[in-house]
Design a protein around this ligand. Structure first.
Ligand SMILES: [Ca+2]
Ligand SMILES: [Ca+2]
Length: 394
């Protein structure tokens, strides 16, 4: 679960229109208690979808906010998350169209969409699936105005979370009140072992996340090996190992620290720290790590012998990557009955790819490629193009 405690910057509209019943019918059948709550609440309109100043009758509606999430992605693409009824949720890919993506990209401050993605391409969200079977004409001002099954009514799982790819051009004057300062994207291991000839690649160090123009630490209270495993995977290493925490405690006691995250909890299968659950320090609370210290991680550069599955120790490898341009990239092939075969990419995702990446001595997977981008396998069989698992390992 990914917790975002983002600063809520709310744009108040100085003027607002009376609620029209017709408007709310279009929002998908509101119950009277909800209407009363809405009427009683301040009219906040956040993350304006309107490129221009509000007219005399701004669109009535609940507090909706939007953000792009997931990994890996560029800033103008991602899983769409919508904040409705005080909860962040996702949108199901059923019947999704480019017109839907246009409306969502405008909510996010981009002029239009160039594409969209299905099947949780940017990773699975958590919590509610707010919208399903969304069907926009493309000109709607709010996604709530498009046809859909009703807020919170879906027959989907998070494996069907929709994503959008927006044109990298901002709506002029768009105030990005949806900037999620709380996203963790860049992570590094800062080595502290002294010595002129520092070992490369860095396999051990203080875990730091980029925050504004510098780097900040993570409070390690509650930190466990699952978290370390995810960090190692991100750094391109297959496994984690124990660190001498006392050494680092002595070292970090003499350092000025700026904690940014705490309560990190990964299951170990995530391909990026941003997919784990964690919390942010709010305000200026950089010294608030209690009895903890900065999280330190140490990684194995190769798969540790005792963890290698016995099958992999056979003289012949059982799994390989073929057809990739670089080491660690390619179509997945598995050996069975003396024959190499491919793996169907149904439900293939970064988590599945990571399992094999680690088995091959890499870190977690960087990109799960679908659509037989690495070429079709020879033993393809009946599945046809687009059905072969390919990926790139970190
Ligand atoms: Ca679906
Ligand atoms: Ca559906």
């Amino acid at each position: 679960m990914l917790l975002h405690l983002c600063p809520i910057l709310v744009q108040f509209w100085s003027s607002f229109a009376c609620l029209s019943l017709q408007g709310h019918t279009a929002m998908g059948g509101w119950a009277w208690p909800e209407l009363l709550v809405l009427l009683g609440s301040a009219w906040l309109w956040v993350g304006s979808a309107h490129p221009t100043a509000p007219g005399p009758t701004p669109h009535p509606g609940p507090q909706l906010r939007f953000r792009l999430a997931g990994y890996p992605r560029k800033h103008n693409e991602g899983r769409v998350e919508v904040f409705y009824n005080d909860e962040w949720g996702t949108i199901c890919d059923d019947d999704f169209t480019l017109s839907n993506a246009h409306v969502l990209c405008r909510h996010l401050g981009f002029v239009a969409a160039t594409g969209w993605a299905h099947s949780a391409k940017y990773g699975k969200g958590v919590g509610r699936i707010w919208l399903d079977n969304v069907n926009c004409a493309g000109t709607e001002k709010s996604i709530g105005d498009c046809k859909h099954r009703g807020w919170g009514n879906s027959d989907c799982s998070h494996e069907e979370d929709a994503g959008v790819v927006c044109k990298d051009e901002r709506i002029p004057g768009f105030k990005d009140s949806n900037v999620i300062e709380s996203h963790v994207e860049e992570v590094r291991l800062r080595p502290v072992v002294s010595g002129g000839r520092r070992q490369l690649p860095v396999t051990e160090g203080i875990v730091e996340v980029r925050y504004k123009d510098s780097w900040a630490q993570i409070c390690d209270q509650g930190w466990d090996s699952h978290n370390s495993r995810v960090i190692c995977g991100m750094m391109g290493f297959p496994a984690e190992k124990k660190v001498n925490r006392n050494f680092y405690r002595l070292f970090t006691e003499r350092q000025q620290l700026n904690y940014r995250l705490h309560s990190v909890s990964c299951t170990g299968t995530e391909v990026h720290l941003s997919m784990c659950s964690f919390e942010f320090y709010r305000g200026n609370s950089s010294a608030a790590c209690g009895a903890g210290m900065p999280a330190v991680v140490s990684c194995h550069r190769a798969v540790p012998f005792h963890t290698i599955p016995r099958l992999s120790l056979l003289p012949q490898p059982r799994i390989r990557l073929k057809g990739g341009a670089r080491v660690g990239e390619g179509r997945v092939e598995v050996l069975k009955s003396n024959e190499w075969g491919t793996v169907c990419d149904d439900r293939w995702n970064l988590q599945s790819a990571s399992v094999v990446c680690r088995e091959l001595g890499f870190g977690s997977a960087k990109e799960a490629l679908t659509g037989a981008r690495m070429g079709q396998g020879e033993a393809d069989g009946a599945e046809g193009p687009g059905s072969i698992s390919s990926w790139s390992c970190g």
